[in-house]
Design a protein around this ligand. Structure first.
Ligand code: PEP
Ligand code: CO
Length: 445
C-alpha cells in the first residue's frame, strides 16, 4: 500500500504544466488535506461499469455522447441550468439511439469541469496585467487583482459545487425525470424551432412504440432510469490527487472526483506529471489529440496509459479542426489499428475550430463543427475503425455563442446572449441539430 501511495505521488517529481501560482502553498496543502478526508463523489463500482460501457463503444457496440460547458461556474450550478443541460443531453441521446439502434453512453462535462488550461499565464487589458482566469476552482473571472489571485478556498467550493451538481444529476436521472415515457416533456420550455419540431415528431414515434409494447405486456423497468456519468479535464493536481482514494474492495487507486477524466492537449507530455499520475489510477481516461500529434506519440501514450490494453480504459479524443481532420486523423487511426490496440475514438469537433470575430468574440462556426464530425466518420470508414463517440461543449440555454445553425446566428447576434466565460458552446437547438446529423452518420456506419 505504501509503495502504491508513493507511486501515486511520483508525478510530483516530474515537470508539470498549467498549474496556478498559489500565493500561500501551506494553505493549499491544508485544503488538499481536508479534501482528502471528504466523501468520494463517485464510487469504484460505477467507474468500473463505465469502463465496460466504453469498451463496448470502442468495439462498435455503443456510442459515447459527452457534453457540457467549456468551464462550469459556481454561479451556473443552479437547478435550472443543470436541468436544461441534462435535458439537452437526454434529447440528443434519444435522437442518437433511435438513429443508430445502439446504446448511447451518456456523460456530462459536468460536476467538476471547473479548471481551465490557458494559452498565457497572464491577461493584459489596457495597461493592467493580471493572472489569467484558470476556472472558478482557482480564481475569479472579474478583472481585479483580488479576484484573479489564486485562492485555495476555491478548491473546497469546487468540491461542494461538484457534490451538489452530481446530487441533482443523480436525482434527475434516477428519480423519474429521465423515464423514456417523459420523452415529450424534455422538449418543453425550449423555444420552438425546426430542430425541436423534428424532435417532437421523433418523440411521438417513440411514444407510440412504448405504448404498443406496454399494451403487449412488456416490462419497462429499464426505461425508468438512465445511467449518466460525469467527466472533466483532470488538470488541477491539488484537487485531483486528494480526490484519489484506494478502493477497499480491490485495493486499487481510483480518482473519485468523476467517473471519467481526460488529459488536455496541453498537458499530455509523455514524460510530464499528468500522464504519470493518470497511468496510476483505474478510471477510464481520455487524452485529447490535436493535429500535430504524431503516430508515434499516440502509440507511446497507449503504452504508458494502457499497457494491458484493458477495454474501455483509454479514449482518444481527437480535436483536429475541420480543415485538418481529413489529413491528420487517418495516419493515427492506421498506426493504432496496425499496432493491434483498440482505444475508444471520440471526436471533439469544437476545440480545433475556434476563431475570434473582428468584434472580439471567441466563436465557432456550426458548419465547421459539422464538417469535422463528417471528416471523423469518413476517416474511420476508410480505416475500418470505429467512430465511437462525440465530445461537445453545449448548454441547454438559448445562448448565442456559436455562429450558424438553422437559426442562422450571425456575428451581430453573438452580442445578444453570450454567456460563456471560456469557449463558445452550442445552444440547445444547435445541439439537437448536431445530434440529428450524427444520427445520420451512425446510420451509414
Ligand atoms: C477543453 O476541453 O476545454 C480543452 C481545453 O480542450 P483541449 O485540451 O483539446 O484544448
Ligand atoms: Co473548451
Amino acid at each position: 500500500m505504501l509503495q502504491q501511495l508513493d507511486s501515486l505521488d511520483h508525478w510530483r517529481n516530474l515537470p508539470i504544466k498549467q498549474q496556478p501560482v498559489w500565493p500561500d502553498p501551506d494553505a493549499v496543502a491544508a485544503v488538499s488535506a481536508e479534501i482528502a478526508t471528504l466523501p468520494p463523489l463517485v464510487f469504484a463500482g460505477e467507474v468500473d461499469n463505465l469502463r465496460e460501457k466504453l469498451g463496448n463503444a470502442a468495439s462498435g457496440r455503443a456510442f459515447l455522447l459527452q457534453g457540457g460547458d467549456c468551464a462550469e461556474t459556481f454561479a451556473g450550478a443552479t437547478a435550472e441550468q443543470i436541468r436544461n443541460r441534462i435535458k439537452t443531453v437526454l434529447q440528443m441521446a434519444v435522437v442518437l439511439t433511435y438513429g443508430a439502434s445502439m446504446p448511447i453512453v451518456k456523460m456530462g462535462r459536468m460536476a467538476g469541469q471547473f479548471a481551465k488550461p490557458r494559452s498565457s499565464d497572464s491577461e493584459t487589458r489596457g495597461d493592467v496585467t493580471l493572472p489569467a482566469y484558470r476556472g472558478d476552482i482557482v480564481n475569479g473571472y472579474d478583472f481585479t487583482e483580488g479576484s484573479r489571485q489564486a485562492d485555495p478556498q476555491r478548491l473546497l467550493k469546487g468540491y461542494h459545487t461538484a457534490a451538489s451538481t452530481i446530487n441533482l444529476v443523480r436525482a434527475f436521472t434516477q428519480g423519474g425525470f429521465a423515464d423514456l415515457r417523459e420523452v415529450h416533456s424534455w422538449n418543453k420550455g425550449f423555444a420552438q424551432n425546426p430542430a425541436n419540431q423534428k424532435y417532437e415528431r421523433l418523440a411521438t414515434e417513440i411514444d407510440r412504440a412504448i405504448k404498443f409494447m406496454e399494451a403487449a405486456g412488456a416490462d419497462f423497468d429499464e426505461l425508468k432510469r438512465v445511467e449518466f456519468y460525469t467527466g472533466h479535464e483532470g488538470l488541477l493536481m491539488d484537487y485531483e490527487r486528494p480526490m484519489t482514494r484506494i478502493d477497499s474492495r480491490t485495493s486499487l487507486p481510483y480518482n473519485t472526483s468523476a467517473h471519467f477524466l481526460w488529459i488536455g492537449e496541453r498537458t499530455r507530455d509523455l514524460d510530464g506529471a499528468h500522464v504519470d499520475y493518470f497511468s496510476k489510477i483505474r478510471n477510464p481516461i481520455g487524452v485529447k489529440l490535436g493535429p500535430s500529434t504524431s503516430p508515434d506519440t499516440a502509440l507511446e501514450l497507449i503504452d504508458k496509459l494502457d499497457p494491458d490494453r484493458v477495454p474501455g480504459r483509454l479514449t482518444f479524443i481527437t480535436r483536429m479542426g475541420a480543415g485538418r481532420i481529413r489529413d491528420a486523423l487517418p495516419p493515427l487511426l492506421e498506426a493504432v489499428r496496425d499496432s493491434g490496440a483498440t482505444p475508444l475514438w471520440v471526436t471533439d469537433p469544437m476545440h480545433g475550430n475556434g476563431m475570434t470575430t473582428p468584434t472580439g468574440y471567441k466563436t465557432r462556426r456550426f458548419d465547421d463543427v459539422v464538417d469535422e464530425v463528417r471528416g471523423f466518420f469518413e476517416a474511420h470508414r476508410a480505416a475500418g475503425t470505429f467512430p465511437g463517440g462525440i465530445h461537445i461543449e453545449l448548454t441547454g440555454d438559448d445562448v448565442t455563442e456559436c455562429l450558424g445553425g438553422s437559426e442562422e446566428i450571425d456575428e451581430a447576434a453573438l452580442a445578444t446572449r453570450y454567456e460563456s466565460l471560456c469557449d463558445p458552446r452550442l445552444n440547445h437547438m444547435q445541439s439537437l441539430e448536431l445530434a440529428f446529423l450524427v444520427a445520420e452518420e451512425l446510420e451509414k456506419r
